[in-house]
Design a protein around this ligand. Structure first.
Ligand SMILES: Cc1cc2nc3c(=O)[nH]c(=O)nc-3n(C[C@H](O)[C@H](O)[C@H](O)COP(=O)(O)OP(=O)(O)OC[C@H]3O[C@@H](n4cnc5c(N)ncnc54)[C@H](O)[C@@H]3O)c2cc1C
Length: 601
């Protein structure tokens, strides 16, 4: 079968019909670009994905990185493929011209990374993490730190990591115990252990720049006492020359279910005198700086999750159109020809669910990407502030909904292929394994749901929450004009009312009842809100499609838009009603899980 990539028609729809990417050219930052340059960038990304990474996909999966006691090695073909990617400028495409970037709108670069993720899995992560590390330093590092560490990362000489997690401190970052102590020369020396550090060791670059969270001796407990340090694998002198080891030792290399293109390491810092660390910004402000990278990484995780969902959907759709098997219940003659499996309504059910999840998740991810851009580059101060309010509020959902429903889509892709989906001749089982990480890292689903309900909803006197509801209401009132969408507008209004009353109930309960009990079903709240948001985005997609259909497009486009409208119907009939079950659990303060005792299992 042909290699699955993204549906080009849907990319065009997202960029130029659903989002106004061409309109971004009005902003000073993007004035050198136009639709043609955006399309050229995507063509380049697709070319690199197909030519450099796709041929490595299976080999990367079958040959996990190895350690011979001295060096961590990946398959030899990976380094030149990453070099082609770095040389293309794509990994730092959104950076300023002065920082060797292309000042490309993030929405375009996000879609470019979708192609690369589908082809290269998380081997692309070496490059994405390195550039996210450089972005953090550019935002919060001193001039001296930026000059020393950022250019070699942008050029691919050095790579970067994000080192937060410890063996005893995963979700609970505030409990981390890596220590930083000032030596007699006034230099910070770090000691401690980190685990699961992606790209923590390998043979792909001259040096590795770890961004490490640690607690300076005497700092307060909890997240308020955490600082951020650059800890390089090797020392680097004032001329940028790489020297001796900086006491960053590999203490373990993890073998994983998926995501095997990137190393996952346990690292030990400072086994002798302490690894030298360079403080970023001020002491005890590390979490604030790290959030710069984490928020970017959360949208990146969502982009990866929805890209893999789209790829699985595309692959299983192509398969279903070509695989003959069985007959319809109405065909009684055993000699009649078999039909392709797409003729079976249940296969179409699984394809529709995938389309609803994958394209819904994709639109949410791009929405988050655009908000992050608007926060920085929208023309008026009011627009920038509005985008910030929405993004701060939405981040837990932007990260989580695609991460939860992306693997569900991939699970259905396997089912569409039947037994063939379970074997590694087809990539759908790999997409699933790769995607299964996404609800775990960058804040698990449970952690995101607690953040949403206990922090983000009440934050700033409900400002983010209300701003989001207002966006949904705005879409409903304009979509009502379209007769084919009017019933969905009513259903979304009803769902929104349910969400509002559930939220009011939860906010009161958080003040009046035992907080552990109230938050016991926080995941149900995130699921409910997430489904309302995806229903909103599908209504918006439906409105674009309905307008386009009114213009009497040619046959192929007509089918594309009718497919969008049918998916709106699917989401409203099959998915949206689930919110009433979640709201019942929440407003009854259901204690099924809360009351269960460890020794009753
Ligand atoms: C492949 C991979 C790559 C990674 N890359 C990096 C990286 O580059 N850098 C980095 O720093 N880390 C990285 N991580 C670590 C990742 O972020 C953590 O695994 C994640 O934060 C969860 O921490 P944990 O594994 O210790 O699980 P735990 O925190 O022990 O969680 C276990 C379970 O308990 C639940 N739980 C925990 N606390 C609560 C709570 N308060 N309320 C409700 N439920 C709770 C969780 O939701 C989860 O279901 C990576 C992990 C993996 C597997």
């Amino acid at each position: 079968m042909a290699a699955p990539m993204l549906n080009e028609r849907d990319i065009e729809f997202m960029l130029y019909e659903f989002f106004d990417t061409e309109g971004l050219i009005q902003r000073d930052r993007y004035q050198d670009h136009d639709r043609q340059t955006f399309n050229e960038v995507l063509k380049t990304a697709k070319g690199i994905a197909e030519n450099e990474f796709l041929p490595l996909r299976q080999k990367l999966d079958e040959h996990q990185p190895t350690f011979d006691g001295k060096t961590v090695s990946t398959i030899p073909e990976l380094k030149p493929a990453l070099a082609v990617l770095t040389d293309s400028g794509l990994p730092s495409a959104t950076a300023d011209y002065e920082l060797s970037g292309m000042q490309l709108p993030p929405i375009v670069s996000s879609i470019a990374s979708s192609y690369l993720t589908i082809a290269g899995g998380n081997s692309i992560g070496y490059s994405l993490l390195t550039n996210a590390n450089a972005n953090l330093l550019e935002a919060h590092g001193s001039k001296a730190l930026i000059e020393k560490w950022v250019p070699p990362m942008r050029s691919g000489r050095f790579s970067g990591t994000m080192a937060m997690t410890e063996p005893d401190s995963g979700s609970s970052l505030g409990d981390l115990s890596t220590k930083a102590v000032k030596d007699e020369q006034g230099q910070y020396r770090l000691t401690g252990s980190k685990i699961f550090i992606s790209g923590g060791d390998h043979n792909l670059s001259e040096n590795i720049v770890h961004l490490v969270l640690a607690r300076v001796q005497g700092a307060p407990k909890g997240v308020k006492g955490i600082s951020l340090f650059i800890v390089p694998k090797f020392h680097v002198d004032e001329n940028g020359v790489v020297g001796d080891s900086n006491e960053v030792a590999l203490s373990g290399l993890f073998h994983k279910m998926g995501g095997r293109g990137q190393t996952s390491t346990a690292l030990s810092f400072g086994e002798k005198e302490g690894a030298v660390g360079y403080l970023v910004g001020e002491e005890n402000c590390g979490i604030k700086y790290m959030f710069h990278m984490m928020n970017e990484a959360r949208i990146m995780v969502a982009t990866g999750a929805s890209s893999l969902a789209l790829a699985g959907f595309q692959y299983s759709l192509d398969y279903a159109k070509e695989r003959p098997q069985g007959r319809l219940p109405s065909a009684k003659d055993p000699l009649s020809p078999m039909v392709n499996i797409i003729e079976h309504a249940d296969v179409r059910r699984m394809l529709l669910a995938q389309k609803a999840y994958a394209e819904g998740a994709f639109s949410l991810t791009l929405y988050g990407t655009q908000l992050a851009d608007d926060e920085r580059t929208a023309i008026t101060e009011a627009e920038r502030a509005h985008a910030k309010t929405l993004l701060d509020f939405m981040t837990p959902m932007i990260k989580t909904w695609p991460s939860e429903y992306g693997p569900k889509a991939n699970d259905l892709a396997i089912q569409v292929l039947g037994g063939h989906g379970y074997i590694n001749e087809h990539p759908v089982e790999l997409f699933y394994r790769d995607n299964r990480l996404n609800p775990i890292h960058e804040g698990t689903t449970a952690i995101q749901s607690l953040d949403l309900l206990a922090r983000k909803v009440p934050m700033n006197k409900l400002a983010g929450y209300q701003a989001m509801l207002a966006e949904i209401e705005k879409t409903i009132s304009s979509a009502k004009e379209l007769s084919e969408l009017a019933p969905y507008c009513n259903e979304l209004t009803q769902a929104l009312n349910e969400l509002k009353s559930t939220t009011t109930f939860m906010l009161t309960a958080m003040q009046t009842q035992h907080i552990d009990k109230v938050l016991a079903n926080s995941v149900a709240y995130l699921s409910m809100f997430g489904h309302v948001v995806i229903a909103w985005l599908w209504l918006k997609q439906g409105a674009v499609a309905a307008h386009a259909l009114a213009e009497q497009p040619h046959q192929e486009d007509k089918a594309f838009y009718l497919g969008k409208l049918q998916t709106v119907k699917y989401f409203y009939r099959v998915e949206l009603p689930q919110i009433y079950n979640w709201s019942t659990l929440l407003t009854n303060l259901d204690t099924s899980s809360y009351d269960m005792q460890a020794d009753w299992f």
